[in-house]
Design a protein around this ligand. Structure first.
Ligand code: ADE
Ligand code: ZN
Length: 346
């Protein structure tokens, strides 16, 4: 059944719900159609005959099998215009899903390793986000992620290169994060570069407890001193950690369709999002890499609501969490929370 064509009040409620997206890799929003168009524009040949063939390859066994395709796909991004086109396409999808504010991850090392200047990456992303702010009142931030399969030295070099641009992008670039292959690359590996980022006044977040054990969540909190945990679903294996997260109200940016596609869970009905929420953790719903995982933020909300029988109040709680857990100003958050209350009451 196609849920978009059938009258479904809860789905309509979700579609209209104002929300923020806090876990979105902009390179993971590269749709196959755009990948082909950019490959053609940049005279590159993809190892797939068609969009359909490419989409059929999106059948992942785990995080690494996805990352292999994700990094290969990102190679079509070469010019400032490419990064702009990528970002504006995401913004359009987000606006359609009633996203008021998005905090976008980007992976400079994926591009600089191919000889693309970091200036090109920043310029394309920022042009799209600033245009969206002015024309559509779309609020956003950028979170620069270090690739954890690379060395801390490489992360330092990336941070140093980006710092020369900080002044130009201070309206957008306000955080650093940690992503890529988790297992074998614990948070401790990046202790010094995160300490430097904190000293410089950046917000800090890290992927932890997606495939990695609860110990990685502890280390992200204790060593990296992160303000949010990206994913974090494996916290449930450690009751003391669950309690800690509930008590501290450290947000978890959970990505249900990603967890399904990367076999973190076998079936969405087994996902622990509702249990975490009902245990009092500050959970949010996000799309991670929507072009690869079969849906943007509303698709994640709808699939999760259906699988876990989330109530309207819980959906409003998730949306409220997305605003309160964001790095927007207190005034902005308040404005969106008032809008959310009005929507709930309407
Ligand atoms: N990079 C893009 N998506 C990711 C994910 N889900 N986990 C780790 N690194 C990523
Ligand atoms: Zn992610």
């Amino acid at each position: 059944m196609n849920s978009t064509t059938i009258d479904h009040p809860l789905h309509d409620f979700i579609r209209g719900l104002p929300k923020a997206e806090l876990h979105l890799h902009i390179e993971g929003s590269l749709e196959p159609e755009l990948m082909f168009a950019l490959a053609q524009r940049n005279s590159l040949k993809l190892p797939y005959a068609s969009v359909a063939e490419l989409r059929a390859a999106y059948d992942f066994a785990d995080l690494q099998s996805f990352l292999d395709l994700y990094y290969a796909g990102a190679a079509v991004l070469q010019t400032e215009q490419d990064f702009y086109d990528l970002t504006i396409a995401y913004v359009q999808r987000a606006l359609a899903d009633k996203v008021r504010h998005a905090e976008l991850f980007f992976d400079p090392q994926t591009h600089t390793a191919r000889g693309i200047p970091i200036e090109t990456v920043f310029a394309g992303l920022a042009r799209a986000l600033r245009e969206a702010r002015v024309e559509k009142n779309f609020s956003s931030r950028l979170i620069l992620c270090f690739l954890r399969h690379l060395s801390e030295e490489d992360a330092f070099a990336t941070l140093d290169a980006a710092l020369s641009l900080r002044e130009n992008y201070k309206d957008l670039w306000t955080g650093v994060g940690l992503d890529s292959g988790e297992v074998g690359n614990p948070p401790e590996k990046f202790a010094r570069v995160f300490a430097k980022a904190r000293e410089l006044g950046f917000h800090v977040v890290a992927h932890a407890g997606e495939e990695g054990p609860p110990a990685y969540i502890h280390a992200a909190l204790d060593v990296l001193k992160v303000e949010r945990i990206d994913h974090g679903v494996r916290c449930e294996e450690d009751p003391a950690l669950m309690q800690r997260l509930a008590q501290s109200q450290t947000p978890l940016t959970v990505c249900p369709l990603s967890n399904l596609k990367l076999c973190v869970v076998r079936d969405l009905r087994e996902h622990n999002l509702a249990r975490l929420l009902r245990a009092g953790l500050r959970v949010t719903i996000n799309s991670d890499d929507p072009a690869y995982f079969g849906g943007y933020i509303n698709a994640n909300f709808i699939a999760t609501a259906d699988a876990l029988q989330l109530s309207r109040d819980e959906l409003v709680q998730l949306a409220a969490n997305s605003f309160s857990a964001s790095f927007a100003s207190a005034e902005q958050k308040q404005h969106w929370l008032v809008e959310l209350q009005a929507y709930q009451a309407s």
